[in-house]
Ligand binder design. Sequence first.
Ligand code: ADE
Length: 248
Amino acid sequence: MRLDVITIFPEYLEPLNVSLVGKARAAGLLDVRVHDLRQWAHDRHRTVDDTPYGGGPGMVMKPGPWGEALDAVLASAPGPERPVLVVPTPSGRPFTQALAGELSEAPWLVFTPARYEGIDRRVIEEYAGRLDVREVSIGDYVLAGGEAPVLVMVEAIARLLPGVLGNAESHRDDSFAPGAMAHLLEGPVFTKPPEWRGREVPEVLVSGHHGRIGRWRRDEALRRTSAHRPDLIERTDPAAFDRRDRET
Ligand code: ADE
C-alpha cells in the first residue's frame, strides 16, 4: 500500500518510522511518503493560510498550495492509479473499525491534515470530482491539526494489512472487529503468573475448555460494553458469537 501525507509539519509524522508501521515500511508492505506543503507556497514567507471570507476568528488554509501539492502527488503515479483522498476534519464522518477495514483494501491513500480552521472548501470540491474523497473525524473533540488523526488512522489501517500482524487471527477478537465483535468491546486479558499479589487468573481461562472460554469471553465483552458503551449494546448480536464458536 502507498501512503502520501501532505502537511506543514513533516516532523510530526516521524512516529510512522517506529513500531508496527515502521516495521511494515521496512518489510516493503507500506510505501510512506511525507511531503512539506510549503514546497508549494511561493511567496517569501511560504504562506499557506489567510483570513476567512465572511469574517470570524482563525485562519483558513489557502487553496493554491494544496492544489499544487495534490496535483504533484497525483502526477507521481506511474500509471492511471487514483488514490482515495482522506481529509481529517472534526466535521467529517466518524472513523470506525469498518472504515479502517475498507481503507486497508485501497492500494493508495493520500492524507491532507490541515491546521488552523481547515482548508478552503473549493479544494475538496475540486478533487471530489476526480477522486474518492473521505472527510473523516477521529472523535468528537477538536485537535490543533489533522496530523495526530493521520497517525491514528494509519496505525488502525496498517495493522489490518496482510502480513503486518504476525497472526491474521489476532484481528478477529478485537473490539469492533466485523462479525461477532462488531458492536462490542473486548473483555479483560491475563498472562502469567497464574497468581499475582494474591489475585488469581479466572479459573475458566486455565481450564483448556475452548467452549467455556469462548462463552466467558462473550459474557465479559457484553458486561464491559454495557458498562462503558451502553449506546452500543442495543446493536450487539450475542447469537453471532454462538454461530462463530460453532464454526471454529
Ligand atoms: N482535526 C482536528 N480535530 C480533528 C478530529 N477530531 N478528527 C480529525 N481531524 C481533526
